[in-house]
Design a protein around this ligand. Structure first.
Ligand SMILES: [Zn+2]
Ligand SMILES: [Zn+2]
Length: 219
């Protein structure tokens, strides 16, 4: 199979043949239908992630079906449809134990510390996985742990957003902003979206149908 590699910072990716690895221990091998491409991948390529190991297969928006399982995998089986966090948490530190794996200081991030999703078959540890129901589209499953999970955490968990409340989404035309608009609407909020770009303003106003849209130019 093929994989795209980041071999040097600030350089184009290079596509090589790549032998699918075998899972060991608590790892599984996932077969992806689709994978996410994220602005974080661009930042990684441009050198903003100092811990990136080169060469590496970029990409952290990973989902698929388990096709092989290591001998120590307990909670998943071959054939399960799953999505992965964007990293493998350690599962032992105080943050992991209270459910805040995103704060784990020992997490291993896909596409930076270990090979990621820019290939068909991906190795992941089982503690980074959740099951995906059949009615969830592959593209939605791939994004779930990145932008979708981030805006859900911000709006529902941290912000405690309640139905009928007003919420302002600034930067609503960007990759995070459009998902925040959708998530806030799904949570029943009155959404005020703000963006400085004409193109995005019309997209936000017409396609996402916010309760109120404003276009502002920041100097
Ligand atoms: Zn992402
Ligand atoms: Zn941890």
């Amino acid at each position: 199979m093929k994989a795209a590699f980041l071999e040097a910072l600030k350089q184009p990716l290079v596509i090589h043949d790549y032998a699918s690895p075998d899972p060991v221990g608590n790892e599984v091998l996932l077969e992806q239908e689709i994978t996410g491409i994220c602005y974080r991948d661009v930042l990684t390529r441009d050198g903003f992630m100092p811990r990136v190991r080169l060469p590496i297969i970029p990409g952290h928006e990973i989902s698929g079906r388990i096709v092989k399982a290591g001998p120590d995998v307990k909670d998943f089986r071959v054939g399960d449809r799953v999505a992965s966090l964007i990293y493998s948490p350690c599962g032992k530190c105080e943050f992991c134990l209270r459910g805040d794996e995103n704060l784990c200081p020992n997490k291993i991030t896909f596409g930076e510390a270990v090979n990621g999703g820019y290939t068909k078959y991906v190795i992941a540890r089982e503690n980074s996985l959740v099951r995906v129901p059949d009615n969830v589209r592959p593209e939605d499953a791939s994004l779930a742990a990145c932008v979708t999970g981030m805006v859900y955490n911000a709006l529902a968990r941290v912000g405690q957003l309640q139905e009928g409340q007003r919420v302002l989404i600034s930067g609503a035309g960007g990759g995070v902003g459009v998902h925040a608009v959708e998530m806030a609407k799904a949570l029943g909020a009155y959404v005020i979206a703000e963006t400085s770009f004409v193109f995005f303003f019309h997209a936000v106003e017409q396609d996402w149908r916010c309760s109120s849209c404003e276009r502002r130019k920041f100097l």
